[in-house]
Design a protein around this ligand. Structure first.
Ligand code: XBP
Ligand code: MG
Length: 258
């Protein structure tokens, strides 16, 4: 069967939203709460291996002597900080400080025009997704993406496959006819555990990570150069739907370090 559906990851794939978005928003939430905690770029990069903002926060608190000692208090503080973080994130996005990555919008539009089904499979909260897509696509975003499975919709976040399984069910498509677009090893693992073929657009925080079992890995959707396997007809332009179809048909597994 030809390619029927695309499932998009959000953070790192649609936008470089972590370093200048979520990280900055977390630091503002810490400041609001009178906490001395600040996450610099390198520390946040290490913390990204924990998927989910609230989970990331709880993980970080575990190594801080000035975090609440009682589990209930820690959970309550994490929930409040996460809520404030998401409000700050929405403001940052609304101010236009988090653009979509180059090549993303054109490919979404091309896939929509070709009649492909498209969905979102993300670990982020629905409010964050809404803020980002509303800012860049306007109200038409919910018509373009027939399903959006977010962090609060699953019992286990990526690398668990649940988000992909729910997205496939929501679109009514089989994994074999679908392609996932991801940027992180955890996202790739989630897609693969749901048997969905996946291509990787390298993002700032996962530029050098080992990627296992993608069908294509490249520097971003803005260019057809630098992809493995190479696109069928290399040119200076962005990745096109024909490239996705080609990779999907070939189904070559590539792993890549760096
Ligand atoms: C990225 C994540 C999220 C964001 C923050 O998910 O792990 O946790 O960092 O969002 P993906 P929340 O790449 O799957 O989009 O604070 O809402 O979790
Ligand atoms: Mg991602």
């Amino acid at each position: 069967m030809p390619l029927q559906a695309l499932l998009w990851d959000v953070d790192g794939t649609l936008a470089e939203s972590e370093r200048d978005g979520h990280r900055v928003a977390f630091n503002r939430a810490f400041e609001d709460a009178g906490l001395p905690w600040r996450w610099d770029e390198a520390h946040y990069g290490a913390l990204l291996r924990i998927t989910g903002g609230r989970e990331r926060l709880l993980h970080d608190m575990a190594s801080r002597g000035d975090a609440p000692a009682l589990p209930d208090e820690r959970l309550a503080l994490a929930a409040e900080l996460h809520r404030r973080k998401n409000a700050h994130y929405a403001e940052i996005v609304a101010a236009g400080q988090i653009p979509l990555r180059a090549g993303v919008m054109a490919l979404i539009d091309e896939a929509a025009s070709a009649g492909l089904k498209q969905g979102i499979a993300t670990t982020t909260s629905r409010a964050n997704l809404q803020a980002l897509l509303q800012r860049h696509l306007g109200p038409r975003w919910s018509a373009i993406f027939e399903i959006a499975v977010c962090g609060e919709d699953v019992s286990a976040k990526k690398p668990d496959p649940e988000v992909y399984q729910r997205a496939l069910a929501g679109l009514g498509v089989s994994f074999v006819d679908t392609l996932a677009i991801e940027d992180s090893p955890g996202g790739v693992a989630a897609a693969r555990a749901a048997r969905v073929p996946v291509i990787v657009t390298r993002s700032a925080y996962f530029a050098d990570d080992m990627i296992d079992s993608a069908i294509a890995i490249g520097p971003g959707l803005h260019t057809r150069s630098g992809w493995r396997p190479a696109t069928a007809a290399p040119s200076d332009g962005p990745v096109r739907l024909s490239d996705l179809r080609d990779w999907h048909t070939r189904g070559e597994w590539v792993s890549h370090l760096g």
